[in-house]
Design a protein around this ligand. Structure first.
Ligand SMILES: NC(=O)c1ccc[n+]([C@@H]2O[C@H](COP(=O)([O-])OP(=O)(O)OC[C@H]3O[C@@H](n4cnc5c(N)ncnc54)[C@H](O)[C@@H]3O)[C@@H](O)[C@H]2O)c1
Length: 348
């Protein structure tokens, strides 16, 4: 039975849903970072019974074992037993890591996901993937585990920076490109500030839920959700820890453009479609400057992709706009060629 995802348009509806889920729990902890503590927690505090607050520093750099130890330590110090509940109030980092800590603490306690970034609302909070980064590799250690529920309050995104909002929008673009060509055509021409976010959040969640329900543990179809991520993750990992670090969605924007080149090369989408999508995405995201060194140093990271089988890189590529296939073997030299093609594109 898949976990419920509730989209709650008003704060009262969020409070009611929250009350409903937490009523069975006496030990409750809320995990926040400094930004969600400032912008989101005040909206919830009055609707929660007595609880503990775990605050961690924001950012992908915190998504590691050391932070998990701190979270497990807090739960242990407060005497949490297996009937405890962890509420993850934050973006994808809080959701992935808090969920991972809950799923492994005393072999698993219940957790609620309250995603507060656009990216987490449309992607990270649905599908039960939890985990942390390890040795520089994204989401290298983790588990599949469903939360009690996901409570999506779209208005949380109102306090996001433009850059974070745009990063989340990349996953909305992805969902349209893999499943809904008409929606893609609808959003492609609209500036970010004019997008209808509440609608798009619901649309993306519907797509992701439908795919995940068909293939919860990513044996097949679910891999289409990784469109843009084979090359995107390699680029993201390369820039991790550098001054010009990319946000997840910014890297995925590059990945979608580069992977479309591989689909066009195979004749599955036309080169016109491929270039038009690239122009629309770059108009929103700008173009990431990729030197020959950046490209060369990104390539080995593609070999760590979790979709790879027996050492072969497997990508999810568009078979048409609005339709995506998976398990397509691609050579490292093709990724290099695709990134060189990207690097040579005119800026939008
Ligand atoms: N589990 C999955 O299926 C899945 C899918 C996609 C991405 N992810 C993961 O999600 C992570 C990225 O998520 P993210 O982009 O949400 O990053 P994030 O959690 O780091 O949040 C981005 C920034 O926004 C701040 N923030 C969060 N909510 C805010 C709000 N309402 N107002 C103001 N600031 C706010 C955070 O403090 C942080 O500084 C990555 O680690 C990625 O691997 C997981």
């Amino acid at each position: 039975m898949p976990h419920p995802v509730h989209i709650l348009p008003a704060i009262n509806a969020l409070a009611d849903a929250l009350r409903n889920y937490i009523s069975a729990y006496t030990q409750i902890a809320v995990l926040v970072d400094e930004n969600t503590q400032q912008h989101c927690y005040p909206l919830l505090r009055e609707h929660l019974p007595a609880h503990h607050l775990i605050q961690i520093k924001s950012g992908e750099e915190q998504k590691h074992l050391g932070t998990c130890q701190h979270i497990w330590q807090c739960l242990t110090d407060w005497g949490f037993d297996r009937k405890g509940l962890l509420i993850n109030l934050g973006g994808g980092v809080i959701g992935d890591m808090g969920g991972f800590c809950a799923a492994t603490y005393k072999r698993g306690i219940a957790f609620l996901q309250l995603p507060t970034t656009l990216l987490a609302q449309v992607d990270a909070s649905v599908g039960g993937k939890l985990g942390i980064d390890f040795m520089g590799y994204k989401n290298h250690i983790g588990v599949f585990q469903d939360p009690l529920a996901v409570l999506v309050y779209p208005a949380f995104i109102n306090t996001l920076s433009d850059r974070e909002l745009r990063s989340g929008f990349a996953e909305i673009i992805k969902h349209c490109l893999i499943r809904d060509k008409n929606k893609w055509l609808e959003i492609a021409h609209r500036p970010l500030k004019d997008q209808h976010f509440s609608d798009l959040i619901a649309h993306s969640i519907d797509i992701k839920k439908a795919v995940v329900e068909e293939d919860p543990t990513e044996k097949g179809l679910r891999k289409i959700l990784n469109f843009g991520h084979t090359i995107g993750h390699a680029i993201e990992t390369h820039f991790l820890g550098k001054e010009n670090r990319l946000l997840h969605g910014e890297a995925i924007a590059v990945g979608m453009i580069a992977e479309n080149y591989l689909a066009a090369k195979r004749g599955w989408i036309s080169i016109d479609e491929c270039e038009s999508i690239a122009q629309h995405i770059m108009r929103l995201f700008g173009k990431v400057a990729l030197s020959e060194d950046d490209i060369a140093q990104s390539l080995p990271h593609a070999l760590q992709d979790k979709k790879n089988e027996k050492g072969a890189i497997q990508a999810s590529l568009l078979g048409a706009v609005g339709n995506c296939g998976y398990n397509h073997a691609i050579a490292l030299s093709e990724i290099e060629e695709a990134l060189q093609w990207y690097a040579a594109l005119p800026s939008a």
